[in-house]
Design a protein around this ligand. Structure first.
Ligand code: NAD
Ligand code: MG
Length: 382
């Protein structure tokens, strides 16, 4: 029996994680955490019977407590609650399916407590990878990628040492606006940006996919996970999302992982690694696909990707500024307070105004986040 805890259980990755649990009787849910969806959390508690559950606000936690009075489950709230879930003694693996930098503290706490991390929460690695990766090494825990591209790279590596990697080929669907130019992107509405061609995901990552910021974050995620320099990470636009990424080795061999776009595969792979289990679902049919195509990313139209390389090269606290400015800009776009094209603009401006702090600790990372939020708020007042 393997026991897991899930941060962000009511979201896209969270619910798919629970689907994987449902299909594998030897997986058990020890603890769950979510933001505000009390109804969904109640249903999850009734089905999966965790011993511990967390809601972000105390009101939501109280509401939940009343709803599940008949069940033996402890309900906690806030950051303290998230930390309690992260280190919950009964669980062996923490699935980080929460969105944003709020995942940093719980992830660090879980690593210190010796839990393996099934990591979906890329923002945490982008901003605190320099803290998390060495800590995981010291504590002897594994960081198992859930992001489909990184899982594909992990599967393609299959234990090969990092110095055999010549290049990582990080595939990207190109998002819903692939092929358009800057002029055509002026009129983009929220609804257009929320229509991803191949994946159904949470709102933030869907917008990130439409700006290529998601790929930018993934470049940094790959750098930390696989210890490969930025000049060895090449983004390849592959609109069919069948090749989930590949590794080019020093002898020229390219090993890739292919599959239908379905996040349950990387989730299940992370949970059972190094075992590979049966999974139900549609298989790749090469005859049906006929052809797979590839393009260079258009970084002029989608500057979010080039800005990510720039932030990663500058390093220190700059990736935090890139990420925090994006988080805020995406929220403003979803509230219809800014235009689509202002997202990369605001990221660029926030980076311009920041002098990176080298090797920031957790406090400094969170300070850079807060400063960036303030910068954007000030910028909106003008
Ligand atoms: P989502 O918005 O669907 O779900 C987010 C979850 O986090 C929800 O359960 C929400 O309640 C919870 N949450 C948010 N704020 C919280 C808080 N303060 N306290 C407790 N819980 C909180 O997001 P998602 O699409 O599932 O993405 C989750 C993470 O996985 C992101 O980092 C994303 O980049 C990454 N990811 C997602 C996909 C995908 O297919 N959805 C693929 C690759 C990577
Ligand atoms: Mg991805």
């Amino acid at each position: 029996m393997k026991k897991i805890a899930v941060l962000g259980s009511t979201g896209s990755i969270g619910t798919q994680t629970l689907e994987v649990v449902r299909a594998n009787p030897d997986l058990q849910v020890a603890a769950l955490a979510a933001g505000s969806n009390v109804e969904k959390m109640e249903r999850q508690i009734r089905e999966f019977r965790p011993a511990l559950a967390c809601m972000w606000t105390t009101e939501a936690a109280e509401d939940l407590r009343q709803r599940v009075r008949d069940i033996d489950v402890k309900i906690v709230a806030g950051m303290e609650g998230l930390l309690e879930i992260a280190v919950f003694p009964e669980s062996q693996v923490l699935v980080t399916a929460i969105v944003g930098m709020i995942g940093i503290r719980p992830t660090i706490a879980a690593i210190r407590a010796g839990k393996d991390i099934a990591l979906a929460n890329k923002e945490t690695l982008v901003t605190a990878g320099h803290i998390i990766m060495p800590l995981a090494g010291e504590c002897g825990v594994r960081i198992l990628p859930v992001d489909s591209e990184h899982s594909a790279i992990f599967q393609s590596l299959n234990g090969e040492p990092a110095d055999r990697i010549e290049k990582i080929l990080l595939t990207a669907s190109g998002g819903p606006f692939r092929g358009r130019n800057w002029e055509q992107l002026k009129e983009i509405r929220v609804e257009d940006a929320l229509k991803h061609p191949n994946w159904v995901m949470g709102q933030k990552i869907t917008i990130d996919s439409a700006t290529l910021v998601n790929k930018g974050l993934e470049v940094m995620e790959a750098k930390w996970l696989f210890g490969v320099g930025l000049d060895r990470i090449q983004v390849v636009v592959h609109p069919q999302s069948i090749i989930h990424s590949a590794v080019q080795y020093v002898d020229g061999a390219v090993i890739a992982q292919l599959g239908m776009p379905d996040m349950k595969l990387p989730i299940q792979y992370a949970l059972f690694y190094p075992d590979r289990r049966y999974m139900d679902g549609k298989r790749v049919d090469l005859f049906e696909l006929g052809s797979l195509t590839f393009e260079k990313p258009d970084t002029d139209t989608f500057p979010g990707l080039a800005l990510a390389y720039r932030a990663a090269r500058l390093g220190g606290s700059m990736p935090t500024v890139y990420n925090a400015a994006n988080e805020k800009a995406v929220a403003l776009f979803l509230e219809r307070k800014i235009e689509y094209l202002q997202i990369p603009e605001l990221i660029g401006e926030a980076m311009e105004s920041h002098r990176p702090i080298p090797d920031p600790g957790v406090e400094a990372v969170l300070e850079a986040e807060a400063e960036t939020y303030e910068f954007i708020a000030g910028r909106m007042k003008r």
